[in-house]
Design a protein around this ligand. Structure first.
Ligand SMILES: [Zn+2]
Length: 357
């Protein structure tokens, strides 16, 4: 197996080691992307190709097509063996990591975001509904822009950008759309005691999940003990055995068991990360659910985006003639505004996490 960029082989059968020249470049590229210093694959590629040390150490001055994609997605840089096409951490490797697992996860999050919507900070600040409202004629998300008239006065608009759509480039004044949207939010305001009920419900679900995780942790511990005992007994047998072929069979078995044990330990460690405190998970949600309009009117763009994610299950279609279509709200909000059968409440359609748009 060829060592990935940033590493080199240290001889046959040995653990690979960080490459003296390339490891610092790979590390800087990865951390730069995780922190947002590099915004695109192209910027990472330029950084690497223009790096003076990179040029000295390589025959070819440019990197291949999938080079940056592989660099960013592989968990091998966080110290794991991965299945390269998926970048899925499989088991902890013996090699020295270049970045922390946290940095690796940050990179994966950024990669996933990129697929859904390129975030344009400048204009998004002025148009909180950009990307969230769909054109009712064609279903594509409305974009937004500032238009300037002859007197140099600027006016904000939303519009459909899809070629061939009946609403293509038909400007919708920002005011008009946003006032309608606020009216829609106003109608969704639930009463205070329903918010209390929702809080209790979310707490129940959270407790149930915690109990389930504790159960799972217990059973993983039991499994791990069993494997440890089995390893122990094989090691004893190896000591007592003189027949070399039997010894080698036992050793194979021990290696196999140790691998299983490592996987169990990993799963246990992952379980601990899976349950953030209730407050972290739901306090924002509950606050948003109880007063979505207030938060929408008074707070900044980040809160506005949270309102969109927490309240609506889907993006809203807007028709130039008929206005906003009926909103599909998230399960929690549905439970707040119109409590139904217990089953429906306990089986959220999208899980508990707010959706991303
Ligand atoms: Zn359209």
């Amino acid at each position: 197996m060829k060592a990935p960029f940033g590493y080199r082989s240290d001889g046959k059968g040995k653990v690979m080691v960080p490459h003296e020249t390339f490891a610092p470049i790979a590390k800087a590229a990865l951390e730069g992307y995780a922190s947002g210093h590099f915004q695109t694959h192209g910027e990472v590629r330029t950084f690497i190709e223009d790096h003076p040390d990179f040029k000295v150490g390589r025959k070819k001055p440019r990197v291949g097509n999938n080079f940056v994609k592989n660099l960013l997605s592989r968990s091998i840089y966080a110290g794991y063996f991965d299945y390269a096409p998926w970048g899925v951490p499989v088991t902890k490797g013996k090699h020295q990591p270049l970045i922390s697992l946290e940095t690796h996860k940050k990179i994966q999050d950024r990669l996933n975001q990129r697929v859904t919507a390129p975030f344009r900070k400048d204009i998004a600040l002025d148009f909180p509904l950009r990307g969230f409202i769909l054109c009712a004629d064609c279903g594509s998300p409305l974009t937004s822009y500032w238009a300037t008239n002859r007197k140099k006065v600027r006016y904000p608009y939303y519009e459909c950008h899809k070629k061939g759509c009946a609403s293509h480039r038909k400007a919708i004044p920002r005011e008009k759309l946003e006032i309608e949207f606020e009216e829609c939010l106003d109608q969704l305001q639930p009463s205070a005691d329903i918010v209390v009920a929702a809080r209790a419900m979310l707490k129940d679900m959270w407790d149930a999940r915690r109990a389930h995780l504790a159960e799972r942790r217990k059973s993983l511990t039991v499994d791990a003990r069993k494997i440890e005992a089995e390893i122990e007994s094989f090691l004893d047998r190896i000591v007592e055995t003189t027949n070399p072929s039997i010894v080698s069979a036992y050793e194979k078995r021990v290696t196999h068991l140790q691998r299983q044990l490592a996987i169990l330990e990993e799963q246990k460690a992952n379980l601990d990360e899976k349950q953030p405190p209730f407050e972290d998970l739901f306090e924002h949600t509950i606050e948003i659910l109880s007063t979505p309009c207030d938060i929408w009117r008074k707070r900044d763009i980040r809160w506005k985006r949270l309102v969109l994610k927490s309240v609506f299950a889907e993006r809203l279609p807007y028709s130039r003639s008929e206005g906003l279509r009926t909103a599909k709200t998230t399960f929690a909000f549905k439970a707040l505004s119109a409590p139904k059968g217990a089953d429906e409440i306990l089986v959220p359609p999208h899980g508990l996490e707010p959706r991303t748009y």
